[in-house]
Design a protein around this ligand. Structure first.
Ligand code: MLT
Length: 395
């Protein structure tokens, strides 16, 4: 028996597990301190009224002979896929129903999609970025090339004509930096991918935070993208589904390589390895896309945006270089006094009991940077920033 040797090349633990162990240790040693968590991007607002009603009514339906549902379609019920299609159409992206695959979240799909690609591909991953892209490729033993995202390019790297790769990951609005690509920038990426016969894996998990009509929410708003891109999205941040689990992936039917349709390959993969998202959860998700559901989630998104502004304003008032926080729930900033990321993590935790995420956890270019999330409650965000100001005064 031989294990997958590639696992030896991974860091010992996943970024957010490491943070959680450090926090547990801190709490064990400081049981009386009131901790504020602005680390992992987990939502705090409860599910909306429409969603809860739909979940409750679907749960009751499951207890009746007429409306009981067993296995559903692996790619999702059409009542939900129709709603997702309408949602995209509002932003000018015209999808076919059979291009939409409902799943239990973007994280799973971002890892699972690699099943349909050869391990021989050269993968291009921005640095820093959501660690799942890197780790899932290390697990499969693919060659990874990093693309520098830094202050000079506002953490939004672009391709140039010398750039060669087979698969590229883009995340916009970006996790962790909160920076969002413009339409022109995404056009450059789509043109590059078509020219190089590469595939873009586009993570749109934070699209709901975009309020500027000029910024694309989906890569499929860009002409030609259906020939070169797959998009991942989720209701986690949009509608508070981090614990309820529902996401979706769009694999265009026009996407084909080597005479093989990637859409058909993904369908084959999902029907073989996945049995679909529970009917009850899909009914809850359907309610998110109704006009009432959309109004309700917007209230929550706006709530988080106010928190984001509280954090971003604190950075600006203290002349700390930062990005994000406008079209994103994340604020990415330079650690004060030239500190390193983990050093600042420990310093902040010990001095003011506020948890954040060290930039280095997202890649080497994140060293010296730090991420705070706007997904906390308003009161705790304000309190955290009060403590932050006090900490700076004593540094
Ligand atoms: C994050 O904090 O980066 C996210 O919550 C991670 C995720 O969505 O899986």
């Amino acid at each position: 028996m031989k294990i997958n040797e590639n696992y030896k090349n991974l860091n010992e633990s996943y970024l957010f597990s490491t943070i959680s162990s450090k926090v547990m240790e801190f709490l064990a040693n400081n049981p009386d301190r009131e901790l504020i968590r602005l680390g992992i991007g987990d939502v705090t607002r409860p599910l909306t009224k429409s969603t809860v009603e739909a979940l409750a009514s679907a749960s009751c339906a499951m207890g009746t002979q007429e409306d009981f549902h067993g296995y559903g379609p692996e790619q999702g019920y059409s009542f939900l896929r129709e709603k997702i299609k309408e949602y995209y159409l509002k932003n000018g992206a015209n999808l076919r129903i059979d291009e939409i695959f409902v799943s239990d979240g973007a994280k799973s799909d971002l890892g699972n999609i690699l099943d349909i690609f050869s391990t021989d591909n050269l993968v291009l991953i921005p640095n820093p970025v959501y660690p799942v892209y890197v780790d899932t490729n290390i697990m499969a033993g693919r060659r990874i090339m990093f693309l520098d995202a830094n202050q000079q390019n506002n953490f939004l790297p672009l391709p140039d004509e010398n750039l060669k790769a087979d698969i590229v990951y883009l995340c916009s609005p970006n996790n962790p930096t909160g920076a969002a690509y413009s339409r022109d920038d995404l056009e450059k990426w789509v043109n590059w991918a078509i020219k190089n016969e590469a595939v873009i894996l586009f993570d749109a998990a934070y699209e709901c935070f975009i309020s500027d009509k000029n910024l694309p929410k989906s890569i499929f708003e860009i002409e030609g993208a259906k020939k070169c891109a797959i998009e991942f999205c989720s209701l986690s941040k949009m509608a508070g589904f981090t614990g309820t689990r529902l996401g979706y992936t769009v694999v265009p039917t026009a996407l084909s390589f080597d005479n093989m349709s990637l859409n058909k390959m993904w369908l084959r993969r999902q029907t073989t390895k996945f049995n679909g998202v529970p009917y009850i959860i899909q009914k809850g998700a359907e309610a998110v896309f109704t006009p009432q559901g959309q109004r309700e989630i917007l209230e929550n998104i706006n709530y988080y945006k106010i928190n984001a502004k509280v954090i971003a304003d604190t950075m600006a008032d203290n002349n700390i270089w930062h990005t994000g926080g406008i079209h994103s729930p994340y604020i990415w900033f330079k650690c004060p006094n030239g500190m390193q990321s983990w050093e600042f993590f420990d310093y902040m935790l010990n001095s003011i009991a506020v948890v954040g995420t060290p930039g280095i956890g997202f890649g080497s270019n994140g060293e010296g940077f730090f991420r705070l999330t706007a997904f906390g409650t308003y009161e705790k965000t304000v309190e955290a920033m009060k403590r932050f100001n006090g900490m700076l005064r004593n540094m």
